[in-house]
Design a protein around this ligand. Structure first.
Ligand code: UDP
Ligand code: MG
Length: 200
């Protein structure tokens, strides 16, 4: 709330052309606090955790159907921050680690064939409650039950070709991010609109 007030004050000063006052606010360190906006996980002050991360992957059917851009756009327009992105051909080994809980399921062999049939685009997105929000954006596992407006609800109709993966919990996200990305492949960067998309 305090930072929002400061931001409004900065905006007013800028509009009024009061350059000296604006400069003094900027140099006082308020601006970097406003524009940086990072908070440690699980802050005791009740400040939202804007650094939560999740793993999103466009599956081979999504890549083949040229849906990568539209899927990225949904996360961008929602206000989340992209901190990692790569395209790769998944190995059987990586897939079995990723889906370790599903390895004994009868559908696993077909899932393995599908997921290794072509490249995937895998991403890490960051933001307040991004794990929960992205599950909602992705929609039900079975696209027939996914709501219109969700990625699966808009782009697919069969459970075996449901276009996209999203981590289903905080622990799951952490495990999957470590599995798919090296630390150096994830970037910590400041998004200038962070204070406009989340009260920090
Ligand atoms: N899947 C499938 N048949 C099933 C259940 C799952 O082919 O009966 C596939 C589907 O691609 C799904 C993936 O296995 O996205 C992982 O299943 P999970 O239950 O983890 O669903 P998700 O977390 O992807 O919604
Ligand atoms: Mg899952």
């Amino acid at each position: 709330m305090l930072q929002r007030c400061i931001f409004k004050r900065l905006q007013q000063r800028c509009c009024l052309g009061n350059q000296d006052a604006t400069k003094s606010l900027l140099s006082s360190g308020f601006a970097s606090a406003l524009l940086g906006g990072h908070r440690a996980a699980g802050s005791k002050s009740g400040v939202p955790d804007v650094k939560e991360r999740t793993l999103i992957a466009v599956k081979p059917d999504g890549v083949q159907r040229r849906l990568v851009g539209q899927i990225i756009q949904r996360f961008e327009q929602r206000g989340f921050k992209l901190v990692g992105l790569k395209m790769l051909q998944v190995s059987d080994d990586l897939l079995s680690q990723h889906y370790c809980e599903l390895r004994t399921k009868p559908f696993y062999p077909r899932l393995q064939e599908y997921m290794t049939s072509g490249p995937v685009v895998v991403m890490v997105w960051e933001g307040h409650k991004v794990v929960q929000a992205s599950r909602t954006m992705v929609g039900h596992t079975n696209p027939l039950e996914a709501q219109a407006g969700t990625i699966r609800g808009d782009f697919s109709f069969h459970i075996s070709r449901n276009v996209v993966h999203a981590s289903d919990s905080l622990d799951g996200a952490q495990r999957e991010i470590q599995l798919w990305f090296q630390k150096k492949e994830l970037l910590n960067w400041d998004c200038f609109d962070q204070t406009l998309t989340c009260e920090v």
